[in-house]
Design a protein around this ligand. Structure first.
Ligand code: HXC
Length: 511
């Protein structure tokens, strides 16, 4: 065989391997590593390298079936911008991470960091390759180290498209966003068999670590979709909002359409009865550019809403209390969800819009014993720490500690606006009058009547936006239908915000 024939033979072997893989994956209703790559990237833009890397310890009888060691790595374009990716091939030893496989991933991570481009991991893996022992563990360690070193410099996205078992879970956990698929992806540190053996608990893979479990209960996954193609297409969508790295400007869309005719609807969206719920997402969708709101962590801790959107074409991050769920109270999960999102936006210079309607922190033994103090402090810390432009609009309730936390003026809010419906005070009227008017109420013949009077007086004199406005704690009380215009101008004013970080290694966020 001459040199060209040897080269062609290797290429053919690779192709054969891939067509065998396709049969196996398709039988399970899954795409192959390369098909996934093709969905992710603009057509014909993927540039692969290390396709012929061989396993550090070849456990397969046929050497040529191990070309690439079970992972495809390279770089392509997403909406014309450079993105690096790796895709694990479950048909090669269950996508398990051998040393060579791990070093391919580490190499593509290092290139992404060096070149300031996002990285996407398409994960389908049984974890550390058992046959390779500590070699495999060392490769994982290198990957985790790269994840941490890249954090806050380039966006890192993980897409779980099969098992992610053992070591395979920790790289996704260190990245900015985790996508999963329903019924075909699982994440767990130890699988159902170990759970049965150690704890005698019966559970299947879906119940232990399926997409819905992680999207709703654990909060490990920010996104879950019914099929692989959708999951990957939504990764493309997410990337369209993000800068390529922490020095690049945020992408600006030329499409600035918005619901012009619906702006006046905002003037009546908040119910007269302040205990009646409404949907904060309606407000968001009216204010931002048409159809631009892309919710993150939609199914987890729904009492807070976070997501990316565009305002006049520019990416913003939104953190909003949701009065429709648990009256919008802040609890442990919502505080952590909010804090993580605020910190993500701050890393990538994405300005923050805070829409506030929060009666306070959720009371209760469970919350206190599980650490609402420690976890609520995360949200407070994250808002104070964030140096991007921060604008708060108080829509309705803003009571007590929750007033302070949600980027109030003295925590560093750049602009703080309120709607006329805002109620800003130490606590809600019912609680306040019970304390302040305790004696009066005890003596009253008609308690209910007096309560009503006192509540009305409290709302009139204390729980409104005007006291805060008089003190400059609210920069302006605005007409709800003007909110979009006010925000566009305010963000434009803040676009030159300068912030010199004090010298320190890093702060100590209450983890
Ligand atoms: C080597 C592995 C493997 C692994 C799977 N395979 N996992 N080979 N190392 N970790 C191989 C299988 O032997 C099999 O090879 C092929 O992949 C497909 O696996 P199946 O079990 O047939 O597939 P399926 O029934 O779909 O189950 C998939 C699975 C299961 C759920 C991932 O294979 C499994 O539980 N694997 C082990 C998961 C695990 O415990 N990982 C933790 C490793 S320890 P053949 O030749 O038969 O096709 C770890 C610690 C690192 O990761 C800690 C770092 C922080």
């Amino acid at each position: 065989m001459n040199k060209n024939e040897i080269f062609e033979q290797r290429l053919k072997a690779l192709q054969k391997m891939e067509s065998n893989a396709a049969v196996k994956q398709h039988l399970k209703g899954k795409l192959t590593a390369r098909e996934r790559i093709n969905v992710l990237f603009d057509e014909g833009t993927f540039f692969e390298f290390d396709a012929f890397v061989e396993p550090a310890l070849n456990t397969m009888s046929d050497k040529q079936s191990s070309f690439g060691d079970g992972v495809v790595v390279g770089r392509g374009l997403v909406q014309g911008r450079s993105v690096f990716a790796y895709a694990q091939d479950f048909t090669v030893l269950g996508g398990s991470l051998g040393y060579a496989h791990g070093m391919k991933i580490a190499k593509v991570q290092e290139m992404a960091l060096k070149l300031g481009a996002p990285i996407v991991g398409l994960i389908d893996s049984g974890g550390a390759r058992i046959q390779e022992g500590v070699k495999s563990l060392s490769a994982y360690a290198q990957i985790f180290r790269n994840n941490v070193r890249s954090s806050g410099i380039i966006p890192q996205i993980s897409v779980i498209l099969g098992p992610a078992a053992g070591g395979a879970v920790y790289s996704p956990a260190l990245t900015d966003f985790v996508f999963m698929t329903n019924q075909t992806s699982y994440m767990f540190v130890t699988g159902p068999d170990v759970v049965k053996e150690v704890l005698n608990e019966d559970i299947d893979m879906e119940g232990l670590g399926g997409g819905n479990v992680h999207a709703q209960k654990s909060g490990v996954a920010q996104f879950v979709y019914d099929d692989e193609e959708h999951a990957i297409l939504y990764v493309r969508k997410l990337l369209s909002y993000l800068p390529s790295n922490n020095f690049d400007p945020i992408p600006v869309s030329t499409n600035t359409h918005f619901f012009e005719s619906r702006q006046s609807y905002l003037n009546n969206i908040v119910p007269d009865d302040s205990n009646r719920p409404y949907d904060m997402k309606e407000i968001i969708n009216i204010i931002v550019d048409k159809d631009s709101f892309f919710e993150v962590h939609e199914k987890f801790a729904q009492n807070i809403v976070v997501g990316l959107a565009r305002l006049d074409g520019k990416t913003i991050g939104i953190v909003a209390n949701q009065p429709k769920v648990m009256a919008g109270t802040l609890d442990i999960n919502s505080s952590v969800k909010g804090a993580r999102f605020v910190r993500f936006c701050d890393c990538y210079n994405i300005p923050l819009l805070i829409l506030e309607d929060v009666p306070g922190f959720l009371p209760g033994i469970n919350q206190e014993h599980s650490g609402i103090i420690r976890n609520g402090a995360k949200l407070l810390y994250a808002f104070v720490e964030a140096s991007v432009p921060k604008i708060t609009v108080i829509v309705r309730k803003s009571y007590g500690g929750a007033y302070i936390v949600m980027s109030s003026k003295n925590t560093g809010g750049d602009f703080n606006f309120a709607w006329p419906t805002a109620e800003i005070a130490v606590m809600g009227p019912e609680g306040a009058i019970k304390i302040v008017n305790k004696n009066e109420l005890a003596k009253a013949d008609n308690k209910e009547e007096l309560k009503k009077e006192l509540i009305a007086k409290y709302k009139n004199e204390i729980a409104n936006p005007y006291r805060a406005e008089e003190m400059g704690l609210i920069d302006e009380v605005i007409t709800p239908s003007d909110t979009r215009n006010v925000l566009i101008t305010a963000f434009e004013i803040l676009s030159n915000k300068q912030y010199i970080k004090p010298q320190r290694k890093h702060g100590n966020i209450p983890l």
